[in-house]
Design a protein around this ligand. Structure first.
Ligand SMILES: [Zn+2]
Length: 480
């Protein structure tokens, strides 16, 4: 049984909070008794969480999309003045909730609340920076739910076994300084500090990350490293940024890991020639060949539940009446498992070669389109292996969701793989990590209209709190 500082059973705190006005449907009350009866999580406050989210969104307001007070997007680029204001609020608020805060050389801010025993904190973390045309929930929800967790712990006077922390990671979006998740990457020892400090802002500015960290007062004294600032575990609540939860009217995604991806640049070389005087049979049409490859990557990926996308395409010489001799395009392929991704890549490499040489691949090189052939070259730009999150952390998330949904658990939750990268990818290299997803309207994110309802924000924060407290308890049991 979880006890508060004064020995009060926490089940009491739940009873007192489970008024008909509280956000947990009263009909679910009965189900609490059916789950792990030795663990009760105090309730988060839906309204207070909602107010924190939108209070923090006063800094860096973006495009207006509706008439309501909170109907604006966010444009809070990393290390801007508005980011500084949001960071100041994060520090002040967590300190007022009994935390000590420290800032590392990447501006990552760690707020830590004491536990009964010494040790690295079990953390909830996410980010307060946004895309230039971002929304109010991507990252912000995760940090604010961490703050709500601290508020509940303070209100209920809960003494955790080990310290509990909340982290604001710097420049997760990579929108202003173009490496995503760069600061958690430095913390994890996967990206060199010097390289990160030297990143220059996009969009014509000249400032580097280090200069901007210094300017806004967030170039911390502490080394940016999991060795200097060890944590016990990392839990991240995030909006799904996709449509799968909403489509099934589900509330919680129990994230098992992050899919693997490999980014390539493909170069197709043919021969420039006159569009009017060269018949198809005598062309080496690099653009037509690239188009067949892009279509084929889509078809093959679809066959093996993977993804393939082209976002950049350049061709030369770029003239209406010249068949282009050279085309470069990006190819981003993704899959839930490394093996599946590599098989897809091997098949694509073999088939792109055939397409270029005018050999048969499906209907792509039927007689009417055959020309003289091209060459194709691949260059790997960025590989990222599939991430599997920690079993214990996932179990804590699962049990926390079971406590809330009871017999409705199967209907209300879904095991998922994250399609996007998050700071949790880097923390998972060093500490047990898991993520929790909540639905967002129409699956829309990185857009001002991004929306997660107050109820869904609270469900996510509730699962986060329950997972962190369970993991804290698990750590104590394991150390016995
Ligand atoms: Zn995010």
């Amino acid at each position: 049984m979880l006890l508060s500082q004064h020995g009060k059973l926490l089940v009491k705190a739940i009873d007192s909070n489970l008024r008909p006005t509280s956000w947990i449907p009263v009909r679910l009350l009965a189900s609490f008794a059916q789950t792990d009866s030795s663990f009760f999580t105090p309730r988060v406050n839906k309204q207070r969480l909602w107010e924190d989210i939108h209070h923090s969104c006063q800094w860096g307001k973006g495009e207006r999309w509706g008439k309501g007070e909170t109907d604006t997007g966010m444009s809070r680029l990393s290390l801007s003045d508005s980011d500084r204001m949001a960071r100041n609020w994060f520090e002040e608020t967590t300190r007022s909730l009994g935390c000590t805060t420290c800032i590392d050389a990447m501006g990552n801010t760690f707020a830590t609340r004491k536990g009964r025993q010494q040790g690295p904190p079990t953390c909830a973390g996410s980010h307060l920076d946004t895309q230039p045309t971002g929304g109010r929930y991507d990252g912000i929800l995760g940090v604010c739910a961490g703050i709500e967790m601290l508020r509940v712990l303070q209100d209920e006077k809960i003494e955790s076994e080990y310290p509990i922390g909340v982290i604001n990671w710097t420049n997760e979006e990579g929108a202003r300084f173009p490496i995503s998740m760069v600061a958690s990457g430095v913390w994890a020892g996967r990206i060199a500090l010097e390289r990160a400090h030297a990143i220059r802002e996009v969009g014509g500015g000249k400032q580097t990350m280090r200069q901007e960290l210094e300017r806004i007062g967030y170039l911390g004294d502490m080394e940016a490293s999991y060795k200097a600032m060890p944590i016990g575990a990392h839990f991240e609540l995030h909006i799904e940024q996709g449509p799968r939860l909403e489509a099934k009217n589900q509330k919680i995604g129990i994230v098992q890991g992050v899919q693997a991806y490999r980014w390539h640049t493909i170069t197709v070389k043919g021969r420039d020639c006159h569009t009017g005087t060269t018949d198809f049979a005598n062309r080496s049409d690099a653009m037509l060949t690239a188009a067949k490859m892009i279509l084929h990557s889509h078809r093959l990926a679809a066959k093996c539940a993977s993804l393939a996308s082209t976002g950049i395409l350049t061709l030369t010489p770029g003239s209406t009446n010249t068949v282009p001799g050279t085309v470069c395009f990006s190819l981003d392929i993704r899959a839930g498992e490394d093996g599946r991704l590599m098989r897809l890549e091997e098949d694509l490499r073999a088939d792109f070669g055939k397409i270029a040489r005018n050999e048969a691949v499906d209907d792509l090189n039927d007689a009417r389109t055959i020309g003289k052939g091209c060459t194709v070259e691949w260059s790997l730009d960025a590989p990222s292996e599939a991430i599997k999150f920690d079993k214990d952390c996932i179990a804590c998330v699962t049990d926390s969701a079971k406590e809330i949904f009871g017999t409705e658990f199967e209907n209300r939750t879904q095991e998922m793989t994250s399609g996007a990268g998050h700071d949790s990818v880097f923390t998972s290299y060093r500490v047990p990590t898991a993520m929790i997803f909540v639905p967002c309207k129409d699956g829309v994110s990185h857009n001002p209209v991004e929306y997660c309802s107050p109820e869904d924000c609270a469900y996510g924060a509730q699962v986060l709190l329950g997972a962190v407290l369970r993991y804290d308890k698990l750590r104590a049991e394991k150390s016995k």
